[in-house]
Ligand binder design. Structure first.
Ligand code: C2E
Ligand code: MG
Ligand code: MG
Ligand code: MG
Length: 287
């Protein structure tokens, strides 16, 4: 849930306008959580789960998105929505984000060494992580595992780009030159304009789940989704629909020539060994 602190932050300039004791209490809780997160990294309590991205033509596996999980002792699996915002606020997201990329690359190397098909893995890069890293920094992590850069995709939000447009444009252009794929995540929910989308050196648009939700029955959502797909096609971008839960949604997307889907209909996020199982099945499929 969105906390008062973030709500205050979103109000931008007005955030220091008044003091409320709840905010001080919140700051203390965030500091404590930040300490827990740092300890969790040292204690190796973070895991990556992998959610399939599949072709809309035959639902065959075409990639995975790596999603972060925190296996806290006694508290079970904590979803990223409960700690990423705090990590973003404190800056811990930078070492944590480096760990995520490194771990996804390590897993990919393990899969390749085991003879699995080279299926690209996407990693989420937060706004602060992007602002604090160069394309070479990302490249160095990928190189550590001796991977072809084309097997790694970075997912960034429109917000991450807009926070520091000059830096983002520099990093994205360098990543593109290195052959590292970049997707715009949660597309349609940010404040980007079409004029800057044209300038963004990205490979993929991921249509946000909130639009997919209303498809096909809500006229506005259906219009927005089909328009994003048509626009992506015109800009030469790959397009992925997030949060596809129903067959009717997949049918609508296929009809409108969307490239890929990712959602509960075609696969929930799963631990690495279950993802390995899918890769092995793929190996057994006739070519
Ligand atoms: P996201 O990158 O947009 O990831 C997609 C989210 O939608 C995931 O939630 C996924 O489990 C969920 N999802 C996928 N298909 C469906 C569906 O059909 N229905 C519904 N209701 N949900 C679906 P998750 O894993 O809880 O992650 C939430 C967000 O946390 C991610 O949104 C991303 O912004 C952030 N996140 C996750 N892992 C990382 C990470 O390693 N680094 C950073 N910086 N952010 C991360
Ligand atoms: Mg994502
Ligand atoms: Mg998304
Ligand atoms: Mg989303």
């Amino acid at each position: 849930a969105e906390t008062a602190l973030y709500a205050a932050k979103r109000m931008g300039g007005r955030r220091h306008a008044f003091f409320r004791p709840e905010l001080a209490e919140q700051a203390r809780r965030h500091l404590a959580l930040d300490g827990d997160l740092r300890a969790a990294l040292a204690l190796k309590q973070f895991r990556l789960h992998y959610q399939p991205k599949v072709s809309l033509i035959d639902f065959s596996l075409e990639g995975f998105e790596a999603l972060l999980r925190w296996e806290a002792v006694g508290k079970g699996m904590i979803p990223p929505g409960e700690f990423i915002p705090v990590a973003e606020e404190t800056g811990f997201i930078v070492p944590l984000g480096d760990w995520v990329l490194d771990e996804a690359c390590r897993q990919m190397r393990e899969w390749l060494d085991a003879g699995m098909a080279p299926v690209p893995v996407a990693v989420n890069i937060s706004p602060k992580h992007l602002r604090n890293r160069s394309a070479e920094d990302f490249r160095r992590i990928i190189d550590r595992h001796d991977l072809p850069p084309g097997l790694i995709e970075l997912e960034i939000t429109e917000g991450a780009v807009m926070q520091d447009l000059d830096h983002a444009l520099t990093v994205l252009a360098a990543l593109k030159a290195m052959g590292i794929r970049v997707a715009v995540d949660d597309f349609g929910t940010g404040h980007s304009s079409l004029s800057y989308l044209k300038r963004l050196p990205v490979t993929t648009l991921k249509i946000d789940r909130s639009f997919i939700n209303g498809v096909p029955q809500e006229r506005e959502d259906a219009g927005i989704v089909s328009t994003i797909i048509a626009m992506a096609d015109m800009l030469g971008l790959h397009v992925v629909a997030e949060g596809v839960e129903k067959t009717e949604q997949a049918n609508f997307l296929r009809h409108h020539n969307c490239n890929q889907v990712q959602g509960w209909l075609t696969g929930r996020p799963m631990p690495a060994d279950a993802a390995s199982g899918l890769l092995k099945e793929r190996l057994r499929e006739p070519a």
